[in-house]
Design a protein around this ligand. Structure first.
Ligand code: SF4
Length: 400
């Protein structure tokens, strides 16, 4: 650097030697100490009143109300009062017109600036299709990828099944999503926006959220964890942890991470489907990395809240996993674990490798577990004909 400066100053022929040395000294000082100004420039950039305002994108679906308070302080010199008003407007009223938010009316200019920077969702709602009361809808993401969500009616409210990835890398043999491979993880905003769309664009009273849509949620634990924090914020969507269920194929490292992030209170569903390593590894490759003994140990170590149980999901395939020997293996796996077992009849997709069981098969399997003291229920997935049942999200293209 120095020879370069010397060389360039050397061209300023005709000036006296002491001026040349002074110029050189100033140049050297500038080069060596200019970095001291960087923090100031960065700080100024984030303060509109110093002319640095602009390009301050606020993706509110990625923020808890406290996060938003920090953004308001940093970007606009405002605090929790305005953050709460904005958060309530977006997440409790589904309103995007900030001019109508009372707290912003005192300063129309502030409302305009915030509205300019605020990003609700980068995607848009695509098609939806209904079967009886079950609704499947598509979110078209900013990059054109599509994810599906399913709204399941309950008594007086709805449960929303959300996706956490486009595709999935786990490749379970019975799963339509698994046939796609992993395309990409969803961002926090893309996960939270599914709830917002279901509530405010489609008008369903979503009270419960289950991470059972496209993707293995614990393969995307960073964004899923933040989405959970945003969804449970009482000043916004207000869905408590006990009303959220996260289903995993058995990423036990993800379970530990979830607990370490203080989210151990979420309801956990384990997609078991076979309780011997040979069969499970065949139909669920994740089992080769995290075999059953390790999975069980992880569940024993998990900080399950008092009076809570693990949900064990067991999809039954015709002639594959419903003999008495299979049931005994399930009993052995769940011994010493507080569990409820859901027995689910397989929904064949378009290119299914397996066949659905007879109803009688489910009955016999379920009764055997019950006789051995296991709380067991039989479930047939809702929305089967619209490909909205378990493991069916991905390839069907709804059209309405
Ligand atoms: S069942 Fe779950 S973990 Fe397995 S491929 Fe499908 S989405 Fe992925």
């Amino acid at each position: 650097m120095l020879p370069l400066i010397r060389g360039s100053i050397g061209y300023a022929g005709g000036i006296s030697a002491w001026r040349r040395y002074a110029l050189q000294a100033c140049s050297v000082l500038y080069v060596y100490f200019s970095w001291l100004f960087f923090p100031f420039v960065f700080w100024m950039k984030n303060h509109y009143w110093l002319g640095g305002y602009g390009g301050n994108v606020m993706k509110i679906f990625e923020l808890t109300c406290d996060d938003l308070g920090r953004e308001m302080r940093r970007g606009y010199g405002k605090g929790d009062y305005h953050a709460r008003a904005l958060y309530k407007s977006v997440f409790q009223k589904g309103r995007v017109d900030l001019g109508a938010v009372e707290e912003f009316q005192a300063s129309k200019d502030l409302g305009k600036r915030v509205a300019k920077d605020l990003v609700l969702s980068t995607g848009k709602t695509g098609e939806c299709i209904h079967e009886d009361a079950t609704t499947k809808f598509v979110t078209i993401l900013e990059d054109g990828q599509r994810v599906e969500s399913v709204i399941i009616p309950m008594r007086g409210y709805s449960t929303l099944c959300v996706s956490s990835q486009v595709g999935c890398r786990q490749g379970c043999l019975f799963c339509e999503t698994g046939t796609m491979g992993l395309v990409r993880n969803l961002s926090t905003e893309e996960i939270v926006s599914q709830v917002w769309r279901a509530r405010f664009e489609l008008g369903y009273p979503v009270r419960n959220v289950v991470f059972m849509g496209m993707g293995e949620a614990l393969d995307n634990v960073t964004h899923v964890a933040q989405a959970i924090r945003v969804m449970q914020d009482q000043r916004g969507l207000d869905i408590p942890l006990r009303r959220m269920t996260l289903s995993t194929a058995g990423r036990i490292d993800g379970l530990a991470r979830l607990a370490s992030l203080g989210l151990g209170g979420i309801r956990l569903a384990i997609s078991l489907n076979a309780a011997n390593d040979a069969l499970r590894s065949r139909i669920m490759p994740v089992n080769r990395r995290f075999p059953l003994a390790e999975l069980k140990q992880a569940l024993l170590n998990y900080p399950l809240p008092a009076n809570r149980e693990f949900l064990i999901e067991y999809v039954v395939f015709k002639g594959l996993n419903h003999s008495q020997a299979h049931a005994d293996e399930v009993l052995s796996f769940v011994r010493d674990l507080p569990v409820r077992v859901n027995i689910i009849g397989y929904n064949p997709g378009k290119n299914a490798l397996f066949e659905p069981p007879a109803e009688q098969d489910l009955q016999v399997f379920s009764e055997y577990l019950q006789q051995h003291g296991i709380n067991t229920r039989i479930r047939w997935s809702k929305g089967r004909s619209i490909m909205a049942g378990c493991g069916q999200l991905a390839s069907a293209k709804p059209s309405c």
